[in-house]
Ligand binder design. Sequence first.
Ligand code: ZN
Length: 493
Amino acid sequence: MAPNSSCCQHRMLLAVWLTLLVLHGHVLVGAAQSSSKLSDQLLKRYLSNEELVAWMDEFTHKCSHMSRKYSIGKSAGGAELWVLELSDKPGQQEAEPHFKYVGNMHGNEPSGRMLLPQFAEWVCANYKSNDDARRLVDKMHTHLLVTMNPDGFAARKRENGNNVDLNRNFPDPVELKGSAEKMKQPLPNAQPETIAMMKWTLDTPFVASANLHEGAIVANYPFDGYADHSERLTGKRHPAPDDAAFQFLAKLYAKKHSFMAKSQEFRDGITNGAQWYPVYGGMQDWNYLAGRCLAITLELSQSKWRPEGELPSLWQENREALLALPLAAGLGGISGTVVSAGDGSPLPATVMLDGIAWNTSARMPAGYFNRPAAPGSYTLRIVHPGYQPASAAVTVPEDGSGVVANFQLARAGDKNSSSIRGASSSRQGGRSSFTVTPLTKAAAERDRQQKQNMATAILGLLFCICGAMALLHVCNGQRPRQRLYNRVGHVTE
Ligand SMILES: [Zn+2]
């Protein structure tokens, strides 16, 4: 019995020891696996292009209920330009706004390629506990192009693989005399990254976007160039028709950033692009005039390529602002649908705000429109051929909840006039006021007259610009284009 009992005890001890060994091994492997997760590396170092793609795969696997990965084309060097979309119904068409963030357009300004992935991680981790994270996912579609210039990043240079500055490679509204149709055609020297960005912007109903750069701390808004194509640093503003909305969005980012609004150089931490230094062929003005998307440019670091040890503080500086901007642009303005009063079919009607010479349209298939707007009162006007026009006085509330106005347009000649169906704030508890003003005959005539006056004014303006350009040409001959430098001596935007 004794030898057998001892043998039994030995076997038991061996079994316990083996079990412990296996468990310990599991723990070790588990620890090794968790530390090799790329999401844990985002605030520690700049991931390579290959690692960024792997991170996106990791993310779309982990947060599959609110994300998808898709490509918009390839870089000059053949790298895929991957986008991460955040939404509860990614890839599906919904009556919701689309917003885009673009990082790393300049290869040597890599903060965006770290901030945007970290932003996605934050949204996924806080979806259940944070109202704003949930609104972002449930009520809109946010698209993150984490790097627009992977080749430039790999070579640690501003330009793309063909040595072209992508932020001077877009069709220019001044040279094309503001023709939206001409601006939709890429330039002869258009780079693959530019062509991909143009197609993506024209194919997706983006309402707003922001482009992340380095070299200063400021939120920059349109226009970037002057109407006479001047490259002189005059310090004069060249406001866009939506100047109030642009200033509102830029100020919001600056205010939500840890210290941008306290800038010594820029009042409120914002600047009109041309007022700072004129840029032609940039992405910002093109987005607004050709893409019908309100774009701003964010300069997030005084020095380019911040040391990796500073990545956590760069994230903390921008975390709140990165969340606030898409919500304000997408959900804080004026939105709604336009349908036919007869059969309820959606209409791609033109959507105008009185006093703002920039239109957008309701998008099919839902007839949904969305215009970012600063808090205040507006007259919204809806026009579609064959239908009676409609207008409504709307008030965009201060609390970011936006105002929703749904229109039913009566056919021209119908006894019943066009009407508004339902009007509310996009968020419960939001304050917004709303009154319907169907257009009377006199008002319609006034409307026609106003449009005629505006057309005459635009023609006059074009005439002046052409005259000024011809005069400049005669005076200066073939003036060589200057390189543009900002006050600290290097190109940022
Ligand atoms: Zn830049």
